[in-house]
Design a protein around this ligand. Structure first.
Ligand SMILES: NC(=O)c1ccc[n+]([C@@H]2O[C@H](COP(=O)([O-])OP(=O)(O)OC[C@H]3O[C@@H](n4cnc5c(N)ncnc54)[C@H](O)[C@@H]3O)[C@@H](O)[C@H]2O)c1
Length: 275
């Protein structure tokens, strides 16, 4: 029961990975706000008295705000926000419509910002009033955001944006007692089952997220973890590689040699999915 007494809001918890997060948090002693545009009520009912459904769109200002106020009005506090809701609109870049671009950026990147923005305002006020805050945000990126994925320019851009948001939120919110980390999961859900039917189940992602939501993870922030089945990987993709300082502005004609020398010292990038 590593989350006994904690109050957790999980977005997109009506099915797939988010549903497993909600169930595992409840098993570990937490009360859960189960957000989803559909199926929130059935997952909340499955959990019972320790859950409340929230069926609003977290990619809107008011939907994200009411996620936080629902936690406060139902359970009196909020300790953990899990940003998980997502959609895909897969298409080659050259065929992607403006609506397909905007929808994916809104549901992933903007919703992550909005819920975190409202939760952070609550935690800042609590910290300023002298309360001890020990709160968590767990964001959901993807291998597509880390390494790129053919046919998913919108999704890869949104998931890469979530990594940047995670780093800044971790840096800004630590002063209020809030850690912010991101996961890049792989699991068999309706999002992946056609292309990758052999992936492990979504229940394998929940233990890491529940641990990140617990008081035990207080010292971990600004980190990115890949998780697939029982395999857990720390992602160190933002480290700097080899560098050269010309001492003055480069002449464009000299850069070919300099760049080739740097790349020769640099490990090859992780392959883009689908190449
Ligand atoms: N399945 C994987 O292998 C995989 C890999 C990398 C990243 N992810 C990410 O994990 C998260 C969960 O994905 P999943 O595979 O469980 O997908 P899923 O489609 O099974 O579940 C996503 C849930 O989000 C809900 N949702 C969508 N838009 C919403 C909104 N605006 N407000 C509230 N709820 C909304 C949907 O109704 C759905 O229940 C997503 O962010 C996804 O991008 C999944």
């Amino acid at each position: 029961m590593i989350c006994a007494g904690r109050v957790v809001a999980v977005t997109g918890a009506g099915r797939g990975i988010g549903r497993e997060h909600a169930l595992e948090f409840a098993r570990q002693g937490a009360s859960v706000v189960v957000n989803d545009l559909d199926s929130a009520a059935s997952v909340a009912a499955e959990i019972g008295a320790a859950a409340v459904p929230h069926a609003e769109d977290v990619s809107t200002w008011s939907g994200a705000e009411s996620l936080v106020t629902t936690a406060l009005s139902s359970f009196g506090r909020l300790d953990v926000l899990v940003n998980n809701a997502g959609i895909v609109r897969d298409r080659m870049l050259v065929s992607t419509s403006e609506a397909e671009w905007d929808d994916v950026l809104r549901v992933h990147l903007k919703a992550h910002f909005l819920t975190t923005r409202h939760a952070a305002a609550h935690w800042r006020a609590a910290a300023k009033s002298g309360e001890t805050v020990d709160a968590r945000v767990i964001n959901t990126s993807s291998g597509a955001g880390l390494w790129g994925s053919v046919g998913q320019s919108n999704y890869s851009a949104a998931k890469a944006g979530i990594l940047g948001l995670t780093l800044v939120a971790a840096a800004e919110l630590s002063r209020y007692g809030v850690t912010v980390n991101a996961i890049a999961p792989s699991a068999r859900t309706r999002m992946t089952e056609d292309l990758f039917p052999d992936l492990p189940g979504p229940e394998d992602v929940a233990p890491l997220v529940v641990w990140l939501g617990s008081p035990e993870s207080r010292h971990v922030t600004g980190r990115i973890f890949e998780v697939e089945g029982g395999r857990l990987t720390v992602v160190n993709g933002h480290g700097r590689g080899p560098a050269v300082d010309n001492g003055t502005r480069w002449n464009p004609a000299d850069l070919g040699k300099a760049v080739d020398a740097l790349l020769a010292e640099t490990p090859d990038p992780t392959q883009v999915y689908g190449t």
